[in-house]
Design a protein around this ligand. Structure first.
Ligand code: SF4
Length: 168
């Protein structure tokens, strides 16, 4: 029988109240329920794993996106101006470690987050405006071959799983 691919899942999408403001982003899509029932999901919050507390101040990337933060060319700042680049980079490495230790080749991460965003992130001006880009953990995961999808791309992930599992 073909082994089921494991999927790293943002803890806030799984209903955990771990976001900066103490809320969740619970995703109740049928596909996610199915993957949960199949035992595929590895639930993880990179920011909490790195020691950040809930609630915490909102944070955005300044001067670039996830890959720039990893390369030291951009920073992660909280809304009060504090530089929190270090814990956000640690959060990215802990997400990668978790993915690798569970054999996850795929991830579903919460879009818009400076850590988990994969399609859009906030623009660094704390104005509520988003732009195309990826967060720090997403950039690191992709650098290491993990395919990252947002919560809005579950059908695309379903197709990838079918391709991988039908060829193995
Ligand atoms: Fe959700 Fe990711 Fe933010 Fe944790 S770091 S609260 S999993 S978006």
């Amino acid at each position: 029988m073909t082994a089921k691919q494991k999927i790293l899942l943002s803890a806030c999408l799984a209903g955990h109240h771990v976001r900066y403001n103490g809320s969740d982003k619970s995703c109740t899509a049928n596909l996610l329920q199915q993957w949960r029932d199949e035992g595929r999901l590895v639930i993880h919050c990179p920011e909490l794993a790195a020691g950040l507390e809930t609630p915490r101040l909102s944070a955005e990337m300044v001067n670039g996106h996830g890959i720039d933060v990893l390369n030291g060319r951009a920073q992660v700042m909280e809304s009060d101006g504090q530089d929190v680049t270090q814990p956000y980079v640690l959060a990215a490495w802990l997400a990668l470690k978790t993915a690798q230790s569970h054999g996850c080749r795929f991830a579903i991460l919460t879009d818009g987050s400076p850590t988990c965003g994969s399609q859009n992130v906030y623009n660094g001006a704390f104005s509520g405006m988003k732009m195309s880009g990826e967060g720090v953990a997403t950039a690191l995961l992709r650098q290491h071959g993990v395919e990252v999808f947002s919560e809005h791309q579950l059908e695309a992930l379903k197709q990838r799983l079918e391709e991988i599992e039908s060829s193995s």
